[in-house]
Design a protein around this ligand. Structure first.
Ligand code: MN
Length: 755
């Protein structure tokens, strides 16, 4: 037992009866579990699965009861009491954990959190919460700190320990994405904090209740700490109600099956998860090293009110490398990632694990039987002091998704190459669409109440093209495969905006033999708010959703908001008003509205004032394409044109299509003319082509001379400085001198902490 622990609550350690199994403390259980995994390679040393083998039907029944209890808890809790983000879009999930914090089963929903909650439970175990503040029946704990175990601070977690007699049999955990977290700028993905001290309300895995009742001081702290306390309270009740329903379900299963069987079951379920994952990797992929870097732009230069070290434009490097071994080993490395920064996009390891988890459940293990077994079958490397593992306490994490989402398109592309190589063509996907524009803001809503805004239409983006078909249009987000856009009428009730239009956004998807799923766009008028600030949040100058196998990336975003408009006068005069912007080169918004047009690629902004009658435009992104667009079936291009998925001039220049309108106004593609034109385009490509050998020589000279934009030089300097291994690889690849580095004049100024 941990001898260093002081006396707690007048009780000596000798008197403490451990709450783990077989007389162990939780910490001893965790250490034993880790030791057995390291020694035997199996979870808790389980070389065989006797319950599953000898009583397979019973084993599956117990699993179904547990899983049913979790899904039931989610569906019921969100309909009893929840904020609109949770009830409309389903931004919640529940899971059941072992006493030492490994997930056994999970509900539907934002399953990205299944492993983050595992991290938070293990944090409590490692920090001896068993002794102080104690873990007892009826206790309630809560956490929202990514460095402890979370993705970003707005995802608030609740934990309820489940006891059987004197032993902890496991934990119920639930998470919801809250409306506002009380950060230095309003909303729930705050792009504003430049240090963790601005990230808002901090629940550092705190005990927030006893005897199933929330402490009043916790409630007061939250009322004071967030902008939308009513929604906060609703969501907290949702999480607690769900956890209590799970506790009931678990107790029922134990009464029916017996405690020993239940204990055996939860360990076998995790070991089965581990084995299934390895088996799937061995069956469906070709071993090898897969490099899939992505680049993320963070543009803050010129933002007023920021210190010089934060008001900078940067490009972030997410050099994802997946190594698959012959025995199903699965290793993800971000060696060479960019340095953490003075913004809220820093991504602690728990967040990175969350992304790995949610993507594996959509690729390798797309079934209901997923748990931490899959986590235990994988290894990872997130180098310290990078965006993928900021380490430093002051690194803000409020918008960790902003790095996470683009960074992990590489995992989908890496897996797709591995599947394709093995012949599993149906499993292949290009990269998913970014979760952008993450419209963000706050102030007063149309009822005069304090509000934090993020329209969760954002959980509905285009997904990547497949190797056998186009990607699904506006359907989900990488972090919530069940996401949807919600009803416009409901959003109008919730946020001080009215819809002028909502429609397909042409050219948002990446073109290819198969195109990515399309994005869409919403055009809003700011409505009846006396006090509002808004932001755009998204990519504007890079392509974070690349194509695959010759497919094009999906479009980067732009901003077109209008301040001080004449919209209200137009309404009064019954004149036309804009409802869409199909082609920014011939903008309906510009044609039909006078005012101050913010029409540019500054897609990441600090909050600025917007008033009743101003216009806000939000483009939701498309997925990457797959294969050469010159191979796209002319019939599909006709559908693209008639559905508004591509602008005619791009059907010509990108796909080589000869297009015209017929008498009924429908677009037609002339197959024979298209074939001819494509032949010419291929010849033109061949004329332009340069042997790779020659290209490398000229490109090397460019690298040596540093002929590239400053942000790229800064980015590579950071990668070389933070990782000797990555630096060696970069220098060897380009055959550069051993001490090569771009000029120090390019480096960023040191920040508050001197780093
Ligand atoms: Mn969230």
């Amino acid at each position: 037992m941990s001898e260093y622990l002081p006396k707690q609550c007048g009780e000596t350690l000798r008197d403490h009866k451990p709450i783990g199994w077989d007389g162990r403390t939780l910490k001893e259980m965790l250490e034993e579990s880790e030791r057995l995994l390291a020694e035997t390679g199996c979870y808790w040393g389980l070389k065989t699965l006797p319950l599953k083998t000898n009583e397979p039907i019973r084993y599956e029944k117990i699993f179904a009861k547990l899983r049913g209890g979790l899904v039931n808890a989610r569906e019921t809790a969100m309909n009893i009491s929840a904020s609109p983000i949770v009830s409309e879009i389903g931004e919640l999930c529940f899971a059941f954990y072992t006493p030492e914090g490994d997930s056994v089963a999970l509900s539907t929903g934002i399953i990205v959190h299944v492993h983050t909650m595992s991290d938070a439970i293990k944090f409590m175990v490692r920090n001896d919460y068993e002794f102080n503040p104690r873990i007892r029946p009826g206790d309630i704990f809560s956490n929202n700190i990514p460095k402890i175990g979370d993705v970003h601070n707005s995802d608030v977690q609740t934990f309820v320990p489940i006891f059987w007699e004197d032993e902890l049999v496991g934990w119920a955990g639930g998470v919801t994405h809250v409306t506002d977290i009380g950060a230095s700028t309003p909303g729930n993905v705050p792009v504003g904090p430049i240090s963790s001290y601005e990230d808002g309300l901090a629940l550092t895995a705190n005990k927030i209740g006893e005897n199933d009742i929330v402490f009043r001081d916790h409630e007061i702290r939250c009322e004071q700490g967030v902008r939308t306390p009513m929604f906060w309270k609703l969501d907290e009740r949702t999480r607690i109600a769900g956890c209590h329903m799970i506790r009931d379900a678990v107790e029922r299963i134990i009464r029916e099956e017996g405690i020993d069987t239940f204990k055996q079951f939860i360990r076998e379920a995790i070991e089965e998860g581990r084995r299934t994952f390895i088996q799937r990797i061995r069956e469906t992929t070709v071993p090898g090293r897969y490099f899939c870097p992505t680049f993320v732009d963070l543009l803050f230069k010129g933002e007023k009110g920021l210190p010089d070290y934060a008001a900078v434009d940067t490009l972030s490097h997410a050099p994802l490398e997946l190594t698959i071994g012959p025995k199903g080993e699965f290793h993800i490395s971000f060696d060479g990632a960019s340095k953490w920064g003075y913004h809220s996009f820093n991504c602690p390891p728990s967040a990175m694990q969350g992304a790995i988890w949610v993507l594996l459940t959509q690729t390798v293990i797309p079934n209901d039987k997923v748990n931490d077994g899959a986590y235990l079958a994988t290894t990872h490397e997130f180098p310290p002091f990078t965006l993928a593992n900021p380490v430093v306490k002051e690194a803000a994490t409020g918008a960790a998704w902003g790095f996470l989402i683009p960074a992990f398109t590489g995992l989908v592309r890496a897996l797709s190459r591995a599947f394709f190589a093995r012949g599993y063509v149906e499993e292949v996907l290009s990269s998913y669409g970014m979760t952008m524009n993450a419209m963000q803001g706050g102030g007063k809503d149309q009822y005069g109440r304090d509000t934090g805004i993020l329209n969760f239409e954002v959980s509905c983006q285009g997904v990547g093209a497949r190797a056998i078909a186009d990607g699904a249009d506006y359907c989900a987000a990488m972090w919530n495969p069940e996401g949807n856009m919600g009803d416009a009428e409901v959003w109008e009730l919730l946020i001080p905006f009215i819809y002028l239009g909502r429609c397909v956004k042409p050219n948002s998807a990446g073109m290819g033999k198969y195109r990515g799923g399309s994005g869409y766009a919403s055009l809003y008028a700011v409505w009846k708010t006396p006090d509002l600030v808004m932001q755009n949040c998204g990519d504007g100058s890079v392509f974070p959703s690349p194509g695959i196998f010759g497919g094009y990336p999906s479009a980067s975003g732009y901003r077109h908001n209008v301040l001080n408009t004449d919209l209200l006068q137009r309404f009064a005069r019954k004149e036309p008003y804009p409802c869409r912007e199909d082609d920014p080169a011939d903008s309906e918004i510009s044609r039909l509205v006078k005012g101050d047009h913010l029409f540019d690629c500054r897609t990441l902004n600090y909050p600025y004032r917007m008033n009743h009658g101003d216009i806000y435009y939000s483009i939701y992104r498309g997925g990457g394409g797959l294969g050469d667009p010159l191979e796209r079936d002319p019939a599909l291009i006709e559908d693209d044109l008639n559905g508004g998925f591509i602008l005619p001039r791009y059907a010509e220049s990108v796909c080589g299509a000869e297009v015209r309108r017929d008498e009924s106004g429908l677009w037609r593609v002339d197959s024979a003319e298209t074939a001819k034109r494509r032949e010419e385009m291929r010849e033109e490509r061949a004329r332009r082509a340069v042997p790779v050998r020659d290209w490398l020589v000229s490109e090397r000279e460019r690298v040596l001379a540093g002929r590239m934009v400053k942000e790229v030089r800064v980015m590579y300097n950071q990668s070389m400085d933070l990782s000797a291994r990555w630096g060696r690889w970069f220098r060897e690849f380009w055959r550069l001198p051993d001490d090569f580095r771009f000029s120090e004049a390019d480096d960023l100024p040191p920040g508050e902490s001197g780093a």
